[in-house]
Ligand binder design. Structure first.
Ligand code: NAD
Length: 366
């Protein structure tokens, strides 16, 4: 198979979808890998390293998209990439389609096969290609929240950890999955007072056990969320219903009643966000203020730390990518249920129930 790795062009995105070691694995399996010139520069990987691993360096993005049977990317196709895809091409990347109807319709119109990293799901519910980036985003969320709280950012001007004789910040984390747990670790490590909410008692029990009572765990419902948010200095949104649009837990009315200068980091913004006042932002302009509350809603947070994120991401994506190239699309999907759940659009049809439900479309079974 001819596999293409374009340079990412989404704002502030410095990750790359394949490492030189990945190129070596694909070429050892008899595939050809086209890497766009400078694709790895943002992650500190030079063209020569890809060439030494067996890749062909291609001068233009168009050259990669035109020739590749499978495009391996990090973020959803944007801008000129939308015109470059062609019928029958496999696009293997993060897509988050349930919050993007126009991209969903575009992929259908182009008759590509779109496999979303974020919906590849094992039988036990694990999301192996979302998990590493959720670890990064959860940890980074606390770092970003601390900055949002600084006076120069329009924040309350408090230190997350407090100091002796002065209270720490109250951090409320919505969702106790991978992102929420990682945010929790860092926030507790920095000395904040943390409350974490989820609808899954097993997740709460786990957090309660591992954090040894340093964290308050609460069942998530309208009343508990409302109460906690009003007392929060920081709210971190991390809820997910796999493949579907994120549920809105914090309404505009709740945001209006929050403390002036409080901070919201809505990590779930890539699935539409779980805070009503959240709208997608970029690394170039990451924050805005609504009702005196500083909002940080960057959809590709791990792009800020590419030298960590590229390695964590490609560790997880390589195996499924190789399976697609080695077996071919249909046998690879037929033989692996987890990969099959990653299929979002194929041959003009939506193939994922969550995406279809988000837009009232029909869902076609593979
Ligand atoms: N912005 C970014 O750059 C970025 C990066 C990585 C991940 N994400 C996003 O972060 C989100 C979380 O990902 P994850 O891997 O942690 O998911 P996860 O499945 O591990 O955790 C989600 C948690 O949300 C809980 N939940 C669902 N509904 C809830 C509700 N009503 N109240 C409270 N909790 C509820 C679930 O029980 C689960 O524990 C996803 O939308 C993911 O795409 C964003």
């Amino acid at each position: 198979m001819i596999v293409g790795v374009p340079r990412e062009i989404k704002a502030g995105e410095n990750r790359v979808a394949m490492l030189p070691s990945g190129v070596a694995a694909f070429t050892a399996h008899g595939h050809q890998v086209l890497v766009e010139k400078s694709a790895g520069a943002g992650s500190g990987i030079a063209d020569g390293q890809y060439r030494d691993a067996g890749a062909q360096i291609v001068a233009s993005a168009k050259g990669v998209w035109d020739r590749a049977e499978m495009i391996v990317k990090v973020k959803e196709p944007v801008g000129p990439e939308l015109g470059r895809m062609h019928a029958g091409q496999i696009i293997y990347t993060y897509l988050h389609l349930a919050s993007d109807e126009s991209l969903t319709r575009h992929l259908m119109k182009k008759k590509v096969t779109a496999i979303g990293y974020e919906t590849i799901q094992r039988d036990d519910g694990a999301l192996p290609l979302l998990t590493p980036m959720s670890e990064v985003a959860g940890r980074l969320a606390v770092q970003k929240a601390a900055q949002c709280l600084e006076a120069a950012s329009g924040g309350r001007g408090i230190l997350l950890s407090g100091v002796s004789g002065v209270k720490p910040a109250h951090v409320v984390i919505l969702g106790a999955g991978t992102t929420g747990q990682n945010a929790c670790h860092v926030a507790v490590g920095m000395g904040a007072h943390v409350t974490i909410l989820d609808i899954d008692p097993a997740r709460l029990r786990y957090v309660h056990d591992i954090m040894g009572g340093h964290v308050t765990t609460l069942m998530s419902n309208r009343a508990t969320v409302g109460e906690e948010v009003l007392q929060a200095d920081v709210v971190i949104g991390t809820v997910l219903i796999p493949g579907a649009r994120a549920p809105v837990l914090v309404t505009k009315g709740m945001v209006k009643q929050m403390r002036p200068g409080a901070a919201i980091v809505d990590v779930a913004i890539d699935q539409g966000g779980c805070i009503e006042t959240a709208k997608p932002t970029t690394h170039a302009e990451p924050t805005y203020t609504v009702h005196d509350v500083v909002h940080y809603c960057v959809t590709n947070m791990p792009g800020a730390v590419p030298r960590t994120s590229t390695y964590a991401l490609t560790n997880a994506t390589l195996g499924y990518g190789l399976a697609l190239a080695d077996k071919g699309l249909e046998p690879a999907l037929a033989s692996d249920k987890a990969l099959r759940r990653g299929l979002n659009v194929h041959n003009g049809h939506v193939m994922h129930r969550g995406v279809a439900e988000a837009f009232g479309m029909d869902c076609v079974e593979f």
